[in-house]
Design a protein around this ligand. Structure first.
Ligand SMILES: Cc1cc2nc3c(=O)[nH]c(=O)nc-3n(C[C@H](O)[C@H](O)[C@H](O)COP(=O)(O)OP(=O)(O)OC[C@H]3O[C@@H](n4cnc5c(N)ncnc54)[C@H](O)[C@@H]3O)c2cc1C
Length: 570
């Protein structure tokens, strides 16, 4: 058994930013399933939002309003205020930590336009913003590492919560297969998103929602799981992201008839409408037969008019992705794109200091915190604005760290039974390694992801979701006979099976939350309930696991401070 004061799971922006606050003050462990700099934060391209004084007229107040409206009024406004007010400080801090942001002619931090933001607010490093931020935080964490130990390629499978008190986690060293209890006074999850439930997704292979599932299995609720963001510009057939920065820099969207179709859907913002609206517009063009290509199953991102210099200086990664994966040279041709599952609005409910909630009434889990994409605080409500997520991870990662610094010394080191915890972890693995072994893992995973993309995607309806729910139940059953080969050591097949068991569990909650929610709001768009219904549905979904099997949905009101819901027009 390992023992540390604070156990942080995840080394993306949220986990590392929190670690920086507590390193040197406590004995800290950071566990991560991938090497820290390979966390998905490093894949972020377009930028991070802040109302700096560089752009005339922009204020944190305007940022707050844009975020509340972008969230389709499901965001908790006090949390949004905290995030937007803290944004300028966050950017300046990152700059002082050594992050190389792109500059203006006057040598200020450059800012570009992004969807749903009413000012040019996105600070960026070319189109590799997440890479620059993550490496900066990794360096800073290393610099402070007094009593901080990074457990790289350790895979956390269980969160230990007894009598409302969190006592640690159980993790497997992927290389050796050795499983250990990590005992601590406090645990923070910064475990990222759950986009890998979908076939077409921009998310890293690691984004399989392990953290949220571990919390859910430990008895915590999950909030707003039905809200999955689809990004309009995923590379055709791959889903790999072509950042909104491409449109921020002036790129157009065209349909198969060469028309800039956004004029019909968001006449004032055009391509820079919020993501939910642009994704639906692209999907509608495809569904109504105006797609491009032989099968009319994609639309086009046109960058040609931006010119060679701008494309290669501001959007180099996008240029290379299109070339390497589709063989399309964006200097000469428009790039085929479709909507791609991109961001998880739902997750572990927390208060504004990142402490996890135990129920819909505001009860807390002692010693357990969550920040970043795995958390639902909720600043993004029903639809996240681009560039608000890197911001959220850093702002709330820091807040979590500060809270941990304050409270950890007064938290008890509650006892755990190592024997019991290891036996429970062993049972989970045994169910996978020793069963009838008649079902193929990759087939189950593909069937799940196809069902999610085709039936719980950009547009939803009762019939499709019912079919998806049935499919998930069938796959959960087939999973009890999944075939996994290899022994205990460096068995990536076993890790994939554990990941799939998580994906199968939370996918059901995405569908169930979406089935119950009889309205359209933000990223949740139903053909059969096309209108937003504030009377009945301006509330957060909370899914609880029943000990006897199955789950229960309950609801929690949205916190409105200053902006009453209005019709959302762009
Ligand atoms: C392609 C892409 C581009 C994006 N571009 C932007 C952008 O331009 N602007 C913006 O604001 N947002 C962007 N986002 C969203 C943003 O990058 C993420 O929401 C944010 O970086 C999440 O940070 P995080 O720290 O919460 O999690 P992540 O960076 O995803 O890190 C998760 C960490 O948890 C660890 N982990 C997970 N499960 C386990 C486990 N079981 N055991 C141990 N460790 C575990 C992982 O190893 C990893 O270290 C983008 C997302 C994608 C996918």
């Amino acid at each position: 058994m390992f023992s540390h004061d604070i156990i942080i799971v995840g080394s993306g922006l949220a986990g590392l930013r929190a670690a920086m606050e507590v390193a040197g003050h406590y004995d800290v462990a950071v566990l991560t399933k991938v090497y820290p700099s390979r966390s998905h934060s490093g894949a972020a391209q377009g930028g991070v939002a802040a109302a700096l004084s560089n752009v005339d007229g922009d204020t944190p107040e305007a940022h707050i309003y844009d975020t509340v409206k972008g969230a389709d009024y499901l965001g908790d406004q006090d949390a949004i205020e905290i995030m937007c007010n803290d944004a300028p400080r966050t950017i300046i801090e990152m700059e002082h930590f050594g992050c190389a942001f792109s500059r203006t002619q006057e040598n200020r931090i450059a800012q570009r336009a992004f969807g749903g933001h009413s000012f040019q607010r996105a600070c960026f490093s070319a189109d590799r913003t997440g890479h620059a931020l993550l490496h900066t935080l990794f360096e800073q964490t290393m610099k402070r590492s007094g009593k901080l130990q990074i457990y790289s390629e350790w895979y956390v499978t269980r969160l230990i919560v007894r009598d409302g008190v969190c006592r640690g986690v159980v993790a497997m060293d992927i290389k050796t297969g050795r499983t250990e209890v990590f005992h601590g006074r406090a645990v923070l999850f910064g475990t990222g998103g759950y986009g890998r439930a979908y076939q077409i997704t921009s998310n890293a292979y690691a984004n399989t929602g392990d953290g949220i599932t571990a919390a859910y299995r430990a008895g915590l609720p999950l909030m707003d799981m039905e809200f999955v963001q689809f990004h309009p510009t995923g590379l055709y057939q791959h889903g790999i992201l072509l950042s909104e920065a491409a449109r921020g820099e002036g790129g157009y969207l065209l349909n198969g008839n060469n028309e800039r179709f956004m004029g019909k859907y968001a006449p004032t913002k055009m391509e820079l409408g919020p993501r939910d609206i642009v994704s639906r517009s692209a999907q509608t063009e495809i569904n109504e037969g105006r797609g491009a290509g032989p099968k009319k199953d994609y639309v086009l991102l046109d960058l040609r008019h931006l010119g060679r210099d701008k494309i290669l200086e501001r959007l180099p990664q996008i240029y290379h992705l299109a070339k390497d994966f589709l063989g399309v040279d964006a200097l000469d041709e428009p790039v085929p794109i479709t909507p791609t599952a991109h961001y998880s609005m739902g997750g572990i409910p927390t208060d504004n200091d990142c402490q996890a909630l135990a129920d819909e009434k505001g009860g807390k889990v002692t010693g357990f915190f969550a920040a970043g994409e795995c958390a639902c605080v909720s600043v993004h409500g029903a639809n996240r604005l681009g560039t608000n997520s890197l911001l959220e991870a850093m702002v709330f990662g820091r807040r979590a760290g500060k809270k941990l610094a304050e409270v950890t010394s007064s938290l008890p080191l509650s006892p755990v039974s190592e024997k019991e915890e290891l036996a429970a972890a062993r049972r989970e693995v045994d169910l996978i390694l020793h069963n009838k072994a008649t079902e193929d893992l990759a087939t189950i995973r593909n069937e799940l992801r196809e069902a999610m993309t085709n039936k719980v995607g950009v547009y939803r309806n009762a019939g499709d979701m019912e079919a998806a729910h049935e499919k998930i139940k069938e796959l959960q059953d087939r999973f009890t006979r999944v075939k996994v080969t290899g022994g205990a050591k460096f068995n990536t097949n076993l890790v994939e099976a554990l990941e799939l068991s998580h994906t199968l569990e939370y996918s059901e909650l995405i569908v169930a939350g979406a089935q119950a929610r009889q309205e359209s709001r933000g990223a949740h768009a139903r053909d059969d309930f096309p209108k937003r219904d504030d009377q009945n549905w301006m509330k957060h979904t909370m899914a609880f696991r029943r000990p006897e099997g199955g789950f229960e949905l309950r609801y929690k009101p949205v916190r409105v401070t200053r902006f009453q819901p209005e019709e959302r027009k762009y």
